[in-house]
Design a protein around this ligand. Structure first.
Ligand code: NIG
Ligand code: FE
Length: 423
């Protein structure tokens, strides 16, 4: 009999989402369900997963939790957020309700640029304090790994301050953070009409500093990768700028991510997959041909139905078609003050089921194991598998499909991070 630090037994459904590769096609419908399931944890890692009968034949613990009638599942991974920022965008929210388009607000110097204005005026302490509160909300809704982008500085000093804030969040909050450098989020006001000059500044000044920061950061020590991202969009960065930023990012050892086809298709999905991007995000206006390409590539497609919902649009990314075309699909909140003030992965799953015609099982895999692959962290998190960190949720339901079926409520009853109950 092996003694372990934690045993969770008698889960009505233990949902593992296990897979060593991103799930594709019909594998997305398989959540790795074990009826009357159990998990054993030692040193914060999962050491056994099985039915309760099989597991308690070999393991015992002074800390055994009976979760009869409940679902146990991996905690959520949110692979695309803009969580560090200052200020609010409530006026813009009202403008959009009254008919002004998101990109028109940006063109007029508002939108992302209004958050840039507020963020440039904020201290690192202020940025950290407000983001910690947002992370608390995410944690309560079951998320324990979150990617966070810069991109509201757009000058060297503020972009570096955002990176400092992101590192402090990683040190001060229980959630694990993954950093992404997004200086190519918008053209700053002082470079209006001078796209090439701004790209030059990113490549020759900002990126080298960011790369050096990463080398000395806790992220590097913790084995967490550093990404570079770009908003490839009309009114933001064109395809040539995207290629340049990606080339430079690669040279400095960063992994690639991209915002493409959110409003207008500039060919960013093809370029990003050709350049080996880890994830390609948004994809609302991606062509049938490009979807076939994505199905053959290693890039994870991260779709963001919370943005369409928030912008009052019924034009969603063709996620059903993508899964059917073998694309490795993940979901995210895109938490940000403009296009998606959303902190809850279950809310995103609820929208994806209704408007993108995904099954609850597909949304769960897309929010756990595939989202972990979108961050190159699937060796550590995203599923309940032997050797992985014991990051898991106990849900107040006996059927995992409830997570996407019910909405506007929070079914998370308990959260375990590295085997320790934290909520
Ligand atoms: O993913 N589209 C570009 N970036 C974000 C929005 C950020 C903002 O509106 O502040 C997005 O939608
Ligand atoms: Fe985004």
């Amino acid at each position: 009999m092996q003694q372990v630090e934690l045993l969770i037994v008698h889960a009505a459904q233990l949902v593992t989402c296990a897979s060593s590769v991103p799930k594709r096609g019909t594998a997305m419908r398989d959540v790795g369900l074990i009826v009357d399931g159990a998990v054993a944890v030692q040193d914060g890692r999962i050491v056994a997963v099985d039915t309760t009968d099989a597991l308690i034949a070999n393991y015992e613990s002074d800390h055994t939790i009976d979760v009869s009638g409940k679902v146990v599942c991996p905690s959520f991974v949110d692979p695309h957020t803009h969580l560090v920022y200052a200020g609010k965008r409530l006026d813009e929210f009202e403008q959009r309700i009254q008919g002004t388009a998101y990109l028109d607000i940006l063109k007029a110097g508002g939108g992302i640029l209004s958050t840039v204005h507020a963020t440039r005026a904020a201290s690192v302490d202020e940025l950290v304090e407000s983001a910690l509160k947002r992370l608390d909300i995410m944690l309560k809704h079951g998320t324990t790994t979150v990617e966070i982008k810069t991109g509201y500085g757009l000058d060297t000093e503020t972009e570096m301050r955002m990176l400092q804030a992101i590192e402090r969040l990683h040190q001060e909050h229980r959630i694990d953070i993954v950093p992404t450098f997004l200086a190519a989020h918008a053209i700053p006001p002082e470079y209006r009409g001078q796209l090439l000059d701004y790209v030059e500044l990113i490549v020759t000044e900002m990126l080298p500093m960011a790369a050096e920061w990463y080398q000395n950061s806790t992220f590097k020590r913790d084995g967490i990768p550093f990404f570079i991202d770009i908003f490839c969009e009309e009114g933001a960065f064109d395809i040539e700028a995207t290629r340049k930023i990606f080339d430079a990012g690669r040279q400095y050892g960063l992994e690639l991510k991209a915002h493409v086809d959110e409003f207008v298709n500039l060919g960013g999905a093809r370029l990003s997959s050709e350049m080996g991007a880890t994830s390609i995000d948004h994809l609302d206006h991606t062509s049938d041909e490009e979807i076939v390409l994505l199905g053959q590539s290693d890039s994870v497609a991260v779709v963001i139905p919370a943005v369409n919902f928030n912008l009052g649009s019924c034009h969603f990314a063709p996620a059903r078609q993508m899964i059917d075309a073998n694309v490795a699909l993940a979901l995210t909140t895109d938490a940000n003050p403009g296009s998606a003030p959303c902190y809850s992965m279950p809310m995103v799953m609820a929208i994806a089921c209704r408007y993108q015609k995904l099954l609850p099982a597909e949304t769960l895999n897309a929010s756990t194991i595939n989202a972990a692959h979108a961050l190159r962290l699937a060796g550590q998190v995203g599923s309940i598998e032997i050797g992985k960190r014991a990051d898991l949720l106990i849900m107040d339901t006996g059927d995992y499909r409830d997570i996407a079926y019910q909405f506007g409520i929070n079914l998370v009853q308990a959260i375990f991070k590295d085997g320790k109950q934290i909520v």
